[in-house]
Design a protein around this ligand. Sequence first.
Ligand SMILES: Cc1cc2nc3c(=O)[nH]c(=O)nc-3n(C[C@H](O)[C@H](O)[C@H](O)COP(=O)(O)OP(=O)(O)OC[C@H]3O[C@@H](n4cnc5c(N)ncnc54)[C@H](O)[C@@H]3O)c2cc1C
Length: 349
Amino acid sequence: MIDTDILIVGGGIAGASLGAALAARRRVLLIEREVHCGHHSTGRSAAFWLESYGGPAVAPLSRASHDFLQSHGWLSPRGAIHIGQSDVFDNLPTLAPIDRAALEKRIPGLRAPWRRGRDEPSCADIDVAALHGHMVGMLRQAGGSVRTSAELLTAQCNAAGWRVILSDGTEIHAALLVNAAGAWADQVALAAGVGTIGVVPKRRTMVQLRVGRTGLRDLPLVIDSRGQFYFKGEGDRTIWLSPHDEIDCLPCDAAPEEIDVATAIARFEEVVDWPVEAVERRWAGLRTFAPDRVPVYGFDKREAKFFWCAGQGGFGIQTAPAAALMAAAMILGERPALDPTPYDPARFG
Ligand SMILES: Cc1cc2nc3c(=O)[nH]c(=O)nc-3n(C[C@H](O)[C@H](O)[C@H](O)COP(=O)(O)OP(=O)(O)OC[C@H]3O[C@@H](n4cnc5c(N)ncnc54)[C@H](O)[C@@H]3O)c2cc1C
């Protein structure tokens, strides 16, 4: 039997960052069902920091995470350009417009219908592996433990705290249970006898393409204003491309579907005249959203020993440092630097 103050379920960026923020102050045990932490959404992201991504409720978490990411050298300048065939940038009123001539310079070979653009120069690439590795390392160095191949099966709560049973039969006693299980967040809530929130995992596809054009390594992140695609430079002749798909699915080890790869390429070919030479890699991951697409951080409204850290959608990497500090402050009974009200799980009835 293992005894701990805080049991965190999930070794992705959410669980690891929160564990890193808590381990110096409480006994923390993080459990991860897979052999390695970061196997699911965290290991499959497009790895960018984009302030406008996720909307106004997410932006404070992204902004507050920026300096931490920058100071560790995990951000590389990329820049982003939102493009459109007409002026449909209602959600980006503060970004400077770019005219067709300037668009052509920054995206050579851009097809004629793409006449409008908005500039978001602060966009950066995130070194996700370094960030996640740092968080897991910090958790351990501060005295916390990480146990992989360890799946929570059941959890029962009484006045003394939680009695948790893992798939290998291990029994854990914990004062607080943290749900950082990504796509499985509602399943963990059910296993603990806590009401679900209604999070929905949505599959997103990524493709690494080799194209008949050179000099692409520093190509900005190019995002469609209607949300049909994005792509960014990867190597001299390679790009990362997504059809911006959001396909509802059950929690799973997501894999790309041929149709989504084909859709991505078809949309890409309508944007630039670069010949597609090969699909070098393809992968998919789950972006898991709460019903209002705002992340969920806080104590469950009925079970005060259950803390939600879920629904990070498509912005869980770029928000992780600040979200973890905010959640840790709540757990430690301190005043968070950011207002946690928008993320309160109690908003779901
Ligand atoms: C294609 C794609 C592109 C993305 N691009 C970006 C981007 O550019 N920038 C950005 O900020 N974000 C991006 N995201 C979103 C980001 O990856 C996620 O928001 C983030 O990784 C979620 O982290 P997490 O820790 O909540 O989930 P996960 O990384 O999925 O971790 C949850 C973990 O919980 C474990 N678990 C579940 N149930 C149990 C159980 N019962 N017992 C033990 N362990 C359990 C799982 O095995 C899993 O490892 C992207 C996502 C995808 C899929």
